[in-house]
Each structure stands twice: as structure tokens, then as C-alpha cells.
Design a protein around this ligand. Structure first.
Ligand SMILES: *Cc1c(COP(=O)(O)O)cnc(C)c1O
Length: 465
């Protein structure tokens, strides 16, 4: 009987002629469709072997069911990189792609990316242009810098600054600022690989202006200042203020360059957060080149933005590493757009997700938690414990070290171990990334926005049903 049934299985070539399947081929290509159809057919074969399918009718019904299912799966398959919902309360989550993109930036991308773009074409002159022309003016306008450009990320920006200014010369750095950024990237290594010699000054906890002064020689190319953005030395400490360092360096005719890390453009202390030096603070103090990330506190796309003196920016641009580190058209588009948003700081705080999340007060987060509670209340009847709790949230992503934000979360627990729930929540179409604490699932509301609330409620209602 099984042998007879096997013979009735449809042939792949015949299936290809079906209308629904040829549509799928047009949309996704032949190979992926063939693969899912073969999977479906081998499942049917297994069922025949096990005796679960034992009549011709059964076979036809099951085949049809599995083929439709596999075509649906093909439509929904997003690959491994996809949207997730961040319920961890860590705003700049390094594992979750750091800054979520402002709506306005996403719209700029979809409106422009499908066609050609004048990335290196000057429309006015009808001649070759430069990709950096599209971003320089707006960055200068917002930061007050004399000149600006950008590379692929801030690690590249630091390396480029050191290479462009310091090759075969010396760069002075305080021992208190020799940070590791993560991903095995350390300031001493960057300097070494840029073919400059690092001259260390001071001690881990204290560096004085005379330490810098004693280290300056005719080989000195620059003094590098690194913002210790992912840790803080506390206790008996001292470091040299920017303006003091600048006076010293300029008196010797050498520039000060700074890796500012996060690159905040708005004084966040106005919103109750710790005072972080802004890009403008650094420029105003006279720092000659400042670099910072595009997707930390700036809240845009991955990039390393360099601002400062025109002459030094030109040096960086001319260095061969610039070609290796260059931004692509998406970055050029998004960098321009994110800086435009900062022309109105109030608008920026409201519309750049990272800034909105960091500055939102706890009462607003609490009311979002209450809203979510109302949407999932039904699970209480299934024996689920449901409360709203106060927690600690973090800026994350090597920004605002030690900065704890007031968090509000929903705590869920029932008979099922919380780890099992957490795992299930990761395995759905739009994964919900949660924290587990004392065998309870913790859903942080600061990093979930109003638009995601209904999705989150549906996910919880399903998981805790
Ligand atoms: C994050 C950080 C970097 C690296 O920036 P990326 O954009 O991740 O390459 C460099 N320096 C400091 C101080 C940082 O905080």
C-alpha cells in the first residue's frame, strides 16, 4: 500500500506549473521554493511510512496542507536579522543594534534608496562631486564646527585621526584614558596601528597638566583626549580640563584631538541626567578635532563623525584610510537627516527615540505600564501573578557611565519557569527580549514605545494563556 501511495506523490516539475507555486517562484526565486516543497514532500513520505497516511484521499489532503503551509512560511521568512522588541530597559543595547532609527530617517531611506542617488555627483555643476558635501554644511551648522566629515564608525574615526596626524610621530595620552571600547578595541592598540607612538602620561587615577607638559617634544604630533564614556574613576582623582589642555598644546603649536565617544549634542542635564560634555562644549574649549559615534546618544545610524579645524579635517580626508573607512550612501543620507533634526533641540528630544527614551520621566513610563496591564489583565485568571514594579534602567552602549534611570516594569510569574517563558518569547516572529529575575519575567516599559504596546500585549496574552 505504501508503495502505491508513494507513486501518487506529486512530482516537483508538475508542482512548478501550479499557479500559486509559479507566483511564489516569481517572488522568491526557484531554489528556495524547490527547497520548501521538497521538505513538504519528505514530510508526507514520512507520514506514509509511519502509516499515518493510509488512503489516497488522506495523501492528497495532507500534501495540499503541507504545501500551502510551506508557501506561507516562505512569505514570512525574514532571515535571521530582524526586528525585535527590547523589553530590557537598556536604551542603547549593544546586542540589539544600539539606537533604533527615528521614523523620519527610515522614511528618507525608503524614499531615496530604490533609485540612483547623486552621492558623488554635483547636480549644479553637472560634474563629479564628493559624498561628504551632502553632510558637511548641516553638521557645521548644528555643532558650530569649522569643518566636518564622517567615516564608517567612531573606532575608525579615532584610528584615522591618529594616523592622519601622528604617523611616525608621537601622540600623548593620559593613563587614565586608555580605555577598551569593547570588541578588543583599545586606545593603545589603535594608536600603535596608526603608526604613531603613544606617549603615556600621568597615573591611572591622576594626570596633571605638568605631566602633559613634560611629555611634549619636537616629535609630538598631538595630545589625544579620550572621553571615558563606559566607566568612571572615582575617589582620589584628577584630570586636566579641556581648556587648560588646549592652552598648553596650542602654546607649543600642537593640536588637541578628542574621542568623545557618544557625541551628545544636547545638554541632557536639563532633563535630570548627568552632565555629559557635548560636542559643542569640546569645540568651544578649543579642541581641534573631535570624533563621536552616530548611533549612540546621537541616535542615528552607525558612523564616526569628525568635526573641527578645516586644515586638520582636510588632512584626515586625504589619508588613504579614509577610502577604506568611507561611509556609504545610506549613512550619508541618514547622517544629514539626523543632524537636521537637531536644528530644533526640543523637536529632537521628542522625535529621536534614544533621546525620548532617556528623557521620559518615570510617571510617563508608569502610565504606559498601567496601559499594558489593562491589556493583559485576563491572564490573572490563568493563575499568572502580575504586578508593576520600580526598577533601574540604563543608558547602555558605553554612554553615561553609572547613569541609572528610574525604570518601571511589569513582573509576570506562574507555574512555568521564567526561563522557559523567556525562551519562548525569543522564538516568535517578533521576539520579545526580556529579563528574568527571581524566576519572574520582567518587561521594562522604558524601551517599549506606545506603538509596540498592542504587539507586546498580544505576545504576553498568547504566551501566558
Ligand atoms: C563607543 C566608543 C567608541 C567606538 O565607537 P563606534 O561607533 O562603536 O565605533 C570609541 N570611543 C569611545 C570613547 C566610545 O565610547
Amino acid at each position: 500500500m505504501a508503495n502505491e501511495l508513494f507513486k501518487l506523490l506529486p512530482k516537483i516539475d508538475e508542482l512548478f506549473k501550479r499557479q500559486d507555486i509559479s507566483h511564489a517562484i516569481e517572488k522568491c526565486g526557484k531554489e528556495p521554493v524547490k527547497e520548501v516543497l521538497n521538505d513538504a514532500l519528505s514530510k508526507v513520505r514520512e507520514l506514509v511510512k509511519s502509516g499515518e497516511i493510509d488512503t489516497e484521499d488522506n495523501l492528497r489532503v495532507k500534501c495540499e496542507e503541507l504545501i500551502s503551509e510551506s508557501l506561507r512560511g516562505l512569505n514570512e521568512d525574514e532571515g535571521s536579522l530582524k526586528r525585535v522588541i527590547n523589553a530590557t530597559g537598556v536604551v542603547l543595547h549593544t546586542n540589539l543594534g544600539r539606537a533604533p532609527m527615528p521614523r523620519r530617517l527610515v522614511e528618507r531611506l525608503t524614499n531615496n534608496l530604490r533609485g540612483y542617488m547623486n552621492l558623488e555627483y554635483n547636480i549644479e555643476k553637472g560634474a563629479r562631486g564628493e559624498r561628504y558635501e551632502h553632510i558637511e554644511e548641516i553638521i557645521c551648522k548644528v555643532t558650530g564646527a569649522e569643518a566636518a566629515f564622517a567615516v564608517n564608525n567612531n573606532a575608525a574615526a579615532v584610528m584615522l585621526m591618529c594616523a592622519a596626524l601622528g604617523t611616525r610621530k608621537e601622540i600623548i595620552v593620559s593613563r587614565g584614558e586608555q580605555i577598551e571600547i569593547g570588541g578588543k578595541f583599545r586606545i593603545p592598540d589603535i594608536i600603535k596601528r596608526s603608526n604613531a607612538k603613544m606617549v603615556e602620561v600621568g597615573a591611572t587615577n591622576k594626570t596633571h597638566i605638568r605631566d602633559y607638559e613634560e611629555a611634549i617634544s619636537d616629535k609630538t604630533a598631538a595630545i589625544l583626549k579620550v572621553h571615558t564614556s563606559n566607566y568612571r574613576i572615582v575617589g582620589f582623582t584628577d584630570s586636566v580640563e579641556r581648556d587648560e589642555l588646549v592652552s598648553l598644546a596650542h602654546a607649543h603649536g600642537i593640536p588637541v584631538i578628542e574621542d568623545l565617544g557618544s557625541g551628545v549634542l544636547i545638554d541632557l542635564s536639563r532633563y535630570g541626567l548627568r552632565k555629559e560634555p557635548t560636542v559643542m562644549d569640546s569645540l568651544k574649549a578649543g579642541v581641534d578635532l573631535v570624533s563621536f559615534s552616530g548611533d549612540k546618544l546621537l541616535g542615528g545610524t552607525q558612523a564616526g563623525i569628525i568635526v573641527g579645524k578645516k586644515e586638520l579635517i582636510e588632512k584626515c580626508k586625504k589619508h588613504p584610510l579614509t577610502r577604506a573607512f568611507r561611509i556609504d550612501k545610506m549613512q550619508a543620507l541618514l547622517i544629514g537627516e539626523i543632524f537636521k533634526m537637531y536644528e530644533d533641540p526640543v523637536y529632537a528630544v521628542k522625535n529621536i527615540p534614544v533621546l525620548r527614551m532617556l528623557t521620559e520621566d518615570a510617571a510617563a513610563v508608569w502610565s504606559r505600564a498601567e496601559k499594558l496591564c489593562l491589556m493583559i489583565e485576563g491572564i490573572k485568571e490563568k493563575g499568572v501573578n502580575l504586578d508593576i514594579i520600580e526598577t533601574d534602567n540604563y543608558a547602555g552602549g558605553g554612554s553615561l557611565p553609572e547613569e541609572k534611570l528610574k525604570g518601571v516594569a511589569i513582573r509576570l510569574s506562574d507555574k512555568v519557569p521564567a526561563n522557559v517563558h523567556a525562551e519562548n518569547l525569543r522564538k516568535i516572529k517578533t521576539p520579545l527580549i526580556v529579563r528574568v529575575e527571581d524566576n519572574a519575567v520582567i518587561i521594562e516599559l522604558r524601551t517599549i514605545d506606545d506603538e509596540e504596546l498592542k504587539t507586546v500585549a498580544d505576545i504576553i496574552n498568547k504566551e501566558f494563556a
